[in-house]
Every structure is written in structure tokens, then in C-alpha cells.
Design a protein around this ligand. Sequence first.
Ligand SMILES: NC(=[NH2+])NCCC[C@H](N)C(=O)O
Length: 581
Amino acid sequence: MYLLERLKRRRVITTDDSKPKNYVRIHSLIIMGLGGSLGLGIYVLVGQVVLQMTGPAITVSVTIAVLASLFAVLCIAELSSRVPHSGSAYIYSYVIMGEFVAFTVGWSMLLEYMTSTASAARGLSSYLNVLLDDKLSNAFQSILTLNCSFTSTYLDFLSFALILLGSCLLACGAKQSMWLNLVLTIINLITICIIIIAGTTFSDMKNWSRSSSEVPIGAGSGGYFPYTLEGLFRGAAICVFGIVGLNCITPLNGDVINSNHYVPMAIFISMLIVFCTYFVVTNILTAMIPYYLLNPFTPIVSAFKYYNLDSVCWCVIVGSVLALIMSLLNFMFSMPPIMHAMAEDALMFKCFAYTQSLTRASMIVTVLTGIMAAFLALIISFDFLIELSIIGVMLAYTIVAIGVILMHYKVDDVDNAAGNNGKDINFKRAMSQIVKKPREKRSNALSQYTARMFLYIFLLLSASFCVVLKFRPVIHDLWLIMLAASIGILNILCIIMINLQPKSTDFPPFKAPCVPVIPCVSIWLNLFLVSKMSGSACIAYLFWMIIGYIIYFGQVTADFLGKNLTRKVAKEMISNLKFVV
Ligand SMILES: NC(=[NH2+])NCCC[C@H](N)C(=O)O
């Protein structure tokens, strides 16, 4: 009983009006969003996607990624307007879905940021390596070479050192500076403009239709679609990572005047700019040189090198290095507050909640997360890091979408007041109310139960379909198509059933449109894209979650025993007292 109550315990957010709010203008918020989004993805990952997964058809992957991100962003925008508090998916899920889900999201975000930090450091080190004509990688390779599927080929000591340096700065009290962020983001945007202007003059559509005889072995079949459909989907998942970055806007939610309107608006506008940037840059890049000649780590630089445009190359290198430094710092700043918040909420070891000052996460947390990220950057392969991060992003997106559906179909307060507490609600009543006419106009406990039931069925069906997709090689194609079709139909039925339920009448400043269709499609797309990640990344992610649950349930048990002990001691004291009396 205690356990169940504890797992469902929700955080109550009170708006602290006494807290001074800053007048952060909307364009500052947009620039923060752009700064968080345009980094590793546009300067590094695009090269890997084009070279190994999609060729010039990366625009198709970008389109899928844009759709997935847009649906998720609509849901994030709604929750950020409903929960007027600085925060992320962790806070939203704590307020809406309770402690256990919040822990799952927080713990997953921790891995997401650690792997993002590690991959940003790896991206930075690969740029510096290009500047030094591969001298760095050759030197590291001469020390030790590794050959495991999820490790990199050599120990990247530079990334390791960069992250440790960053954590030392943070531990010594370095604060995130809005001004530095603004300046670096403006340099980043100027670099992108240079890439677009210079790149357009060297674009040639012929590069989108190279014949297979020109393409080297292992680089696909040439043309616009040199790889398979599978490659396009994998590429889409990686592009989602490139687009994500709004985490830089929502933490400011509680500090911004009129945040309920400004934050969702800023999220949208920055998302739109990021979409356009990806479309234009990827099109230009693949039109500039044949896709198979791009360097997987420094794609844009390699395209300009092809035309011997040294001055543009230098501009791009400086801009990219600064952008990657900013990404690295942003990710590093994001890690300690999550662990700290979880510790403060008693979901993590209490010692992590200790702070030297009111505004700073503890030094232990900063150093610990830094060391963990540094080791990941030292050993784990770049692709594997990105895959882990993507799984984390997708899980957060999925939970946010679930949160939106739950909020839309929650019981109206009026019904609660009327004493409709849902004691006699069961499956049979839920099913009979679907056919009942006239339909209920206001959401009540029964309609909430029905909507939730179909949501859970939808989740189960979608998740099992993605698991089946992972085992695709052992299933006959015809069976797979039949299975997909039947699960698809059942999923649509679930959405219709949810849609038949009356919605809650509350009116947040921003409501996601077309609920439940958009959140459901978002959930489906996220799970589908996760199924495109490698099996070993999924297993590593599960392993991380199991470690987290061991810590969490250990903490819950300790709290439970502690509570019982205090109760026992108190009882004994009272009886002793009686005895004395
Ligand atoms: N929450 C995250 N995992 N953020 C990663 C953001 C990566 C960012 N879009 C970039 O390309 O640099």
C-alpha cells in the first residue's frame, strides 16, 4: 500500500509570485532554443547520416524527424504552459504522472545528457583532429586500439580531458551566462548563413544522381536514394537528435514574465528556424559534392575543402568549434540540476541534494556526472553514444505525449466535488458507456477511466509492434505486413475510443491541437524510431534503467523502514510515558 501510494505520489507546484521574475524577451528565448539545437547535429551528425544511411535523400529523413519533433514539441509546449515552473520532462511527469514515472524520466534524462555531453566532446575532438591533420587520432591509436562493437577504435583522451576541464569549471562555480550563450549563438547563426550563401553558389543537382558505377564499394547504389528504407528511418531518428534542444527554453519557464505565452511561442519559432536550417543545409551539402566524398565527422568542412575554399573552411571550422563548445557546456550545465532535483525530491541519495549555495547543485553531483560522462567519451563509440541519447530523447517525448492525453481526459473538478470518486468503475461500465447515448458532455471518473484504459492498450500495442519489428529478420514478410495491418487497425480503434470520451474543460494558455490524434501519432513515431536503434544500445539502455530502479527501490525501502522505525520508537516512547504517569 505504502509502495503504491509512494509510486503514484505527485508533486504539487505552487507559483511563487514573490520570486522576482526576469524580463526575458521572446527573442532571447528563441536564441537560447537555437543555441541548444544547432550544434552536433548540423556540424557532425549530418555527415554520418548522409554517408552511411541516406545519401542525398537525407531530406526525407529530416522530414520524418521534423514531423516527430513537431508533434512532440506541441505536447511539450502544452505541458510547459500548464506547469508554470522552471523544468523539463522530469517536472512535468512528476506533476502529472507521479513519482515512479518521474524517476524513470529523470534517470533516463541523466543518461541522455551524459551521452550527449560525451558525444559533443567527441565531435569537438574530431574537429580539432582535422585541424591537426589526424595527428591526434594517430597518437591515441598508437597507445591502444580497441575493437569491440560498442567501443571506439581508440581511447579519446582529448574528449576525456575536455569534459573533466568543463566539470572543474562548473565545480568552481562557473555559471551559465545568458550573454555568452547569446554571443555564441549569433556566431553560430552567422556561420550557418555563410554556409548557405557560399554553398548555394557551388551546388549542382548532378550530385543527386550519381550513377552506381561512380560510387565506391560500400557507399550504396548511387542516385538520390542510394540506401534502403531502413537507412532513411535510422537517419530520421538521428535527425531527431539534431533537432532536439528546447530544453534550453523550458528551464527558464518559472523566471520569465508572461512565460505561459512566451515559452510555447519561443519553442515554436525556434523549432521552425531549426527545421528550415536543416532542410536548406542538408540540401546544399549533398548538392555541393557527391555524398560519398563527405567526411563523416566534418562534413561541411570537407565540402568546402573540395572546392579549395580555404577562407570559408576556416570560418566554418571556427563557427563549428564554438558551436560545439557551447553544446558541450549546455549539456554539462544540464546534468547536475537533474540529479540534484531528484535528490531533493528524495528519489536519489540524499547527499546529492546538499548545496553550498542556494543556486548551485552540489559539487559532488557536478564532479560525479562529469567523471561519468568523461569515461563514456573516453571509451564508448560515437554512434553508440548517439543511439543511447536518442532512446532517452524518445522516452521523454513519449512520456510528455502521454501526459498531454492524461490532462485532456482528466476528471473535471466539478465532478470531483460532486462526489464522483470512481469506486464502482470497472471495465464493463467503461465499455457500456461507449455505446450509451446521449453521450456525457463533461469528463467524469468513468470517462477518465475509459480514456486511460484505451491509452494503455494503445501503448501496449505500439510497444509490442516495435519489439516485433526488431525481430523482423526471423518473421516472414507477409506475416509482418498482416501483423502491422492488424495492430494499425487496433491502434486507430483505440484513438477513436479515446476521442469519444468527453474532454476536461480546463483551459491552459496553450492547448495542443487534435488531441488525442497528435500525441498518439507522436508516441507511435517515437517508439517506431527507437526500434531502429541497434539491439545492443537498447540492451545497454535497459541495463542503465535497471541500475536506476535498484537505487530507487532501495531508497523507497529505506524510507519505509525509517518511517516504521520512527513510528515504533514513538509508540514505545508514548507507552513508556503512560507507564511513568
Ligand atoms: N537533450 C538532448 N539530448 N539534447 C541534445 C541536443 C543536440 C542538439 N540538437 C545538437 O545537435 O547539438
